[in-house]
Design a protein around this ligand. Structure first.
Ligand code: AHR
Length: 635
C-alpha cells in the first residue's frame, strides 16, 4: 500500500520546475526553428558562395560562360560586408541556385515570402525570375521581380508552391545582360508562428508551447563560450535589423558531427529579442546565459584578463536593461523600437555555462557584485562545471556555497542506469545551500559520443524515474531541463535530442513526452507519496512523486514502473475529500528499444482514461515499463 498525504504541503513547486534548454546545435536555429529557408542569405559564410550554385557558368572558360556570380566585399558595411555580383553575358538564362538547409521544405499551396536587395546597374535587367525546383529541375512555383533601381533597393514577392517537396531548391534566373548586385536574399514561409516576419517554424514552436514550459534557457551551452573568445555569443550583435547581425561560424560546425557540417553558421536572425519573444509566446520565463570572460574549457579555455572583464559585465547589466528597462532607458528604447515596449520581465540571468575552477569563481564574483549592486532582485544562475563527479565539480560547489550563490546549474549526460541510481541525488543536499538548476541532462543509452541518436524508451523511462526525484526535492531543485532540445535529422552533431525535425515535419521523442507529462502536471505544492513511511526510490522498481494543484484543485501522482512486469498498487489518499472520478494518463512501450520516428511519430505517447476511485483508495495496475499519472479532483 502506498500513502498520499494531501493535507501537508512539503514545499511549493516553483513555476520554473520543468523548462527548456535551447542551443543552436544540430541545426536547431539556422536550418531549424528559425524559418529562414535560404542558407547563406547574405554571402557571409567563410566561403562566401557556400550554399549557392551557378550551373550554367564556367569559371574556367571565359568564352563559354553565360554569366558568373562572384562575391564582392565592401569596407562600408562592417557587419554585412559581402554581396553577390552577377554578370550575365548572353540570354541563355543564367541562374544561381540556393540549396537551402539540406533542401527546402515546401508544401503544396503554401505561400513563401521572398525578399532581396538588388542594385541593377545600368538598368540592364528587366526581370528576375524566382522558382522552386526539385532535383529533376521541375518547377514547383514561380514568381518574378522587376529590379527598377540602379541603386540598392529592397524588393519582395511571394511564391506559391505547386507541390510538396522536402528538398526543393530556389532558382534565380536573370533576364537581360549586364551586371546586377544582390544581397540578403531571404525566403520565409508565410505561415510562421504567429505569422511573424523573420519568424519561427510553427510546427516546432507548437511542440514547445504544448509542453507549457516553466522557462526557456538560451542561447545554449558551449555556444555561449565559443572555442575562442572571438567566437563567443555576443547578444548585442544579435538584435536590431537582421541585416546588420554579423554572421559567425557555429562552434558545432565540426565537433562531434555524425557528418561534419562545414556549412553550419549562425545568422543570428534568431537573436536575443526573438528569444525573449519566444519565451513570452510559450509562457516560459526567459533565462539568458552570458559569457563570463572564458572560452570553452574543453577547447582553448581562453581567458579574459581580470582587468579587462568590464565589457563582459556591462553586457550583463545592459541585457537586464534591454529586457526590463523603461522606454526612457537606452536599451529599453531599443527593445521598444523592435516592437516590444513592455518589459520582458526577466528574473534570472546566467553567468557562464559549463565553467570550472578558480578562474570561474574569480570572474563570477565580479559579475555577482555588479549585478546585485544594480539589480538586487535579479537571480543569478552560476555553473558548477562539468558533470557532477570529480574534483572540479566539488570545488565549484564548495566555493559557490561559500559565496551564497543562489542557483547552481548542474549538467549530466549519463547512462540510463545512472539516472535510476541517482534518483536520491538531491535528498541529501543542504536545504540552506544554493538551489539547483538541473540545466542539461539526458540518458544516453550507448554513451555520449558513439553517434547513437536513439531516444529509446529505456532512456526516457529512466529519466522519468529520475524526475520523480527532482520533484520530490522541489525545495532544492528550482529548475530542470532536458538537453539538447532539437535536431535536424540530416544535420545533427549530438544525440539523443528531445525533438527531431526535417524540412517539413517534426516530432517529439519518447523523452519529449516524459518532459511534457511532468511539465503539464507540475502542480503547485509538493506532497508525499510513501510506502511504509519511505519515498519510492526504486524499491521493486517503483519510483513515485506527488503534488497537488491549488488552482485546478487536483491531486496528481506520478508513478514509474521500470520492471518488466505489471505491478499492482493500492494508494490511500488521506487529508482531503475527493471526487470519485479521476483521470489516468499512461506512457508506456513494451520494448525498451522502441523509439518515435517520422514514420511513427507518436508510437510512444500518452493515452488517457477515466479512473474510478474506491472511497479514498486508488487501486491500479501499473503496466510494465510505464509512467502513470493519476489525477483526482479535490472536493
Ligand atoms: O548540450 C550539448 C552541450 O553539452 C552543451 O553545449 C554544453 O553545455 C554541454 O557540454
Amino acid at each position: 500500500n502506498l500513502e498520499v498525504n494531501i493535507a501537508n504541503t512539503v514545499t511549493k513547486i516553483q513555476p520554473t520546475m520543468f523548462g527548456l534548454f535551447f542551443e543552436d546545435i544540430n541545426f536547431a536555429a539556422d536550418g531549424g526553428l528559425y524559418a529562414e529557408m535560404i542558407k547563406n542569405r547574405s554571402f557571409e559564410f567563410e566561403v562566401p558562395l557556400m550554399g549557392w550554385k551557378q550551373p550554367n557558368s564556367s569559371k574556367h572558360s571565359l568564352n563559354q560562360q553565360s554569366g558568373i556570380a562572384t562575391t564582392m566585399k565592401t569596407l562600408e558595411n562592417k557587419s554585412n560586408p559581402n554581396f553577390c555580383r552577377v554578370t550575365v553575358n548572353d540570354d541563355k538564362g543564367f541562374s544561381i541556385i540556393n540549396e537551402g538547409f539540406r533542401g527546402m521544405g515546401i508544401k503544396k499551396e503554401g505561400r513563401y515570402n521572398l525578399s532581396l536587395k538588388a542594385a541593377n546597374h545600368n538598368g540592364a535587367f528587366k526581370k528576375i525570375i524566382i522558382q522552386f525546383i526539385d532535383k529533376d529541375q521541375k518547377v514547383l512555383g514561380e514568381t518574378s521581380i522587376v529590379p527598377t533601381s540602379t541603386d540598392w533597393k529592397n524588393y519582395s514577392t511571394q511564391l506559391t508552391a505547386t507541390g510538396t517537396e522536402a528538398k526543393a531548391q530556389l532558382k534565380i534566373t536573370f533576364e537581360g545582360t549586364g551586371t546586377i548586385d544582390l544581397d540578403m536574399i531571404s525566403l520565409f514561409p508565410e505561415d510562421t508562428w504567429k505569422n511573424r516576419k523573420n519568424g519561427l517554424r510553427k510546427d516546432i514552436v507548437q511542440l514547445l508551447y504544448d509542453m507549457k514550459p516553466g522557462f526557456l534557457r538560451f542561447p545554449g551551452g558551449c555556444i555561449v563560450e565559443g572555442k575562442i573568445l572571438a567566437n563567443r555569443y555576443q547578444w548585442k550583435k544579435t538584435i536590431g535589423d537582421v541585416e546588420n547581425r554579423e554572421t559567425m561560424i557555429n562552434r558545432w560546425n565540426t565537433e562531434f558531427s555524425h557528418k561534419p557540417a562545414p556549412d553550419y553558421f549562425q545568422s543570428f536572425g534568431l537573436g536575443f529579442f526573438e528569444y525573449f519573444q519566444l519565451s513570452e509566446d510559450i509562457g516560459a520565463a526567459p533565462l539568458p546565459i552570458l559569457n563570463c570572460g572564458m572560452a570553452c574549457q574543453y577547447n582553448t579555455g581562453e581567458l579574459v584578463p581580470m582587468a579587462e572583464l568590464d565589457p563582459y559585465v556591462q553586457d550583463a547589466l545592459d541585457l537586464i536593461e534591454f529586457a526590463n528597462g523603461g522606454t526612457e532607458t537606452a536599451w529599453g528604447r531599443l527593445r521598444a523600437d523592435m516592437g516590444h515596449p513592455k518589459p520582458f520581465n526577466l528574473k534570472h540571468i546566467g553567468v557562464g555555462n559549463e565553467q570550472w575552477g578558480p578562474d570561474y569563481i574569480e570572474r563570477y564574483k565580479v559579475f555577482e557584485k555588479a549585478i546585485k549592486a544594480k539589480y538586487p532582485n535579479i537571480i543569478i544562475v552560476s555553473g558548477a562545471g562539468p558533470s557532477p563527479d570529480g574534483e572540479f565539480f566539488d570545488y565549484g560547489m564548495k566555493e559557490l556555497k561559500k559565496l551564497n550563490a543562489e542557483i547552481i546549474d548542474e549538467h549530466y549526460y549519463k547512462s540510463p542506469e545512472w539516472f535510476k541510481e541517482n534518483v536520491t541525488r538531491y535528498d541529501n543536499y543542504d536545504r540552506k545551500g544554493p538551489k539547483i538548476f538541473a540545466g542539461e541532462y539526458a540518458a544516453h543509452p550507448k554513451g555520449v559520443e558513439d553517434g547513437s541518436k536513439e531516444n529509446n524508451w529505456l532512456a526516457a523511462l529512466s529519466e522519468s524515474a529520475f524526475m520523480t526525484g527532482l520533484e520530490r526535492n522541489a525545495d532544492v531543485v528550482h529548475l530542470s531541463s532536458y538537453a539538447p532540445l532539437m535536431a535536424h535529422i540530416e544535420a545533427w552533431q549530438w544525440a539523443p535530442d528531445m525533438i527531431w525535425f526535417n524540412n517539413l515535419e517534426s516530432y517529439g521523442s519518447a523523452n519529449y513526452y516524459v518532459q511534457k507529462l511532468f511539465a503539464t502536471n507540475k502542480g503547485t505544492d509538493l506532497i508525499t507519496i510513501t510506502k511504509n513511511g519511505k519515498p519510492l526510490t526504486g524499491q521493486n522498481d517503483l519510483f513515485a512523486s506527488a503534488v497537488k494543484d491549488s488552482k485546478s484543485k487536483e491531486v496528481i501522482m506520478k508513478l514509474v514502473n521500470t520492471a518488466a512486469t505489471a505491478q499492482e498498487v493500492n494508494i490511500d489518499l488521506k487529508g482531503s475529500k475527493l471526487q470519485s472520478k479521476g483521470t489516468v494518463i499512461t506512457l508506456t512501450s513494451a520494448n525498451l528499444n522502441d523509439v518515435n520516428s517520422f514514420a511513427e511519430p507518436t508510437k510512444i505517447s500518452p493515452t488517457e482514461h477515466d479512473f474510478k476511485l474506491k472511497g479514498e483508495k486508488a487501486q491500479m495496475s501499473l503496466p510494465a515499463y510505464s509512467v502513470t499519472v493519476l489525477k483526482v479532483k479535490m472536493k
